[in-house]
Write a protein that binds this ligand. Structure first.
Ligand code: KPL
Length: 322
């Protein structure tokens, strides 16, 4: 059993698939106490289970507590694996309850969350992460892991928000940053078996938003698994091309060819998975389209870039949901 140097308390908001998967990753680590922080309408005595790709069903043995000052104050780290459109109301709920020393880890598809955390929790250290894990919820207490992806994490400082204007430098290949982060955060390596520190996390987010824009809306509209996008290659190509044009225009130091291969690799890696937007859209729930396509379209507007196909997908997702 792996052990963190000193006892650390990690809280994870909600009982969503990504958060429960992190709780599973942490459960064999000595000295890390994990709590799932849930809302009142859940029954916290319920035992959660996770089916891994080797066919084994694991029970998640961690504490579940309701969100309160008492459950939030002692935390060293609070993970927010919530949907982009849920972040603001959650922050309003926790802002008075969380101490200023707790590190906040934001983990969501799309963009827009960083500014909100900086607004509501200006004194808390902020990390942001992105993952390509394939994991989904089949009932409020049963979860299925279809693929173990990567987990990229980085520290957000004020100046990171201006990084888009940084000098072009080819950063497409994922760098494993040895010591870019404070050693007090060493215990975070237990969050995921394939965790990489990135000093350019903002660009990793742009990379991830491209992945989500190419996969999620099309799988939702075509009602298919990620892997079935091989039947819609022309559509995927159109989304990619519009994103690449935008990123070039924005001067983002991302290599189009490498990004295109990365998107294809994620489709293959998560081929058995229904994307998160597919699940939300097909179940009539609110989707993350605003934080993904809406964000790209807004960037397009700022730069005068027309993205006709992305606009069309955005409208289909928003209109068909109503
Ligand atoms: O992030 C995802 C999502 O579904 O939101 C991918 C990587 C596309 C996996 O399905």
């Amino acid at each position: 059993m792996a052990a963190a140097k000193s006892i650390k308390k990690i809280g994870i908001i909600g009982r969503g698939a990504i958060g429960v998967n992190i709780a599973f990753n942490l459960q064999s680590t000595k000295n890390i106490h994990t709590t799932l922080l849930i809302r009142g309408h859940y029954d916290r005595s319920e035992v959660l289970s996770l089916l891994t790709p080797d066919g084994v069903t694991h029970s998640i043995k961690c504490k579940q507590e309701y969100i309160s000052k008492g459950s939030l104050q002692p935390l060293d780290l609070l993970v927010l694996p919530v949907k982009q459109y849920q972040i603001e109301s959650l922050l309003r709920e926790i802002t008075e309850k969380l101490g200023p020393k707790t590190t906040v880890l934001l983990l969501h598809n799309g963009m827009g969350g960083i500014e909100l955390v900086q607004k509501y929790l200006p004194n808390n250290p902020l990390l942001v992460a992105t993952t390509t894990d394939g994991v989904y919820k089949i009932s409020p207490i049963c979860f299925v892991q279809t693929a173990v992806g990567q987990f990229e994490i980085g520290v957000i400082n004020e100046q990171d928000m201006d990084q888009e204007d940084a000098e072009a430098e080819d950063i497409t290949a994922t760098k494993t940053i040895e010591k870019q982060h404070d050693s007090t955060w060493d215990y975070l390596s237990y969050l995921h078996p394939k965790l990489f520190w990135r000093d350019d996390i903002i660009f990793a987010l742009y990379q991830k938003i491209a992945v989500n824009a190419a996969i999620n809306p099309l799988t939702a509209l075509k009602n298919c698994k990620n892997g079935e996008l091989v039947n819609y290659l022309e559509e995927v190509k159109r989304v990619k091309e519009e994103i690449f044009d935008l990123y070039e225009f924005m001067n983002l130091p991302l290599d189009n060819h490498a990004l295109s291969l990365h998107i294809d690799a994620v489709i293959e890696l998560t081929k058995e998975n229904y994307s998160s937007m597919h699940q939300d859209f097909q179940n009539g729930r609110e989707t993350e389209v605003e934080g993904i396509l809406g964000f790209l379209l807004a960037k397009g507007q700022e730069t005068g870039m027309k993205m006709a196909y992305i606009q069309q997908l955005y409208e289909q997702i928003t209109i068909l949901r109503k």
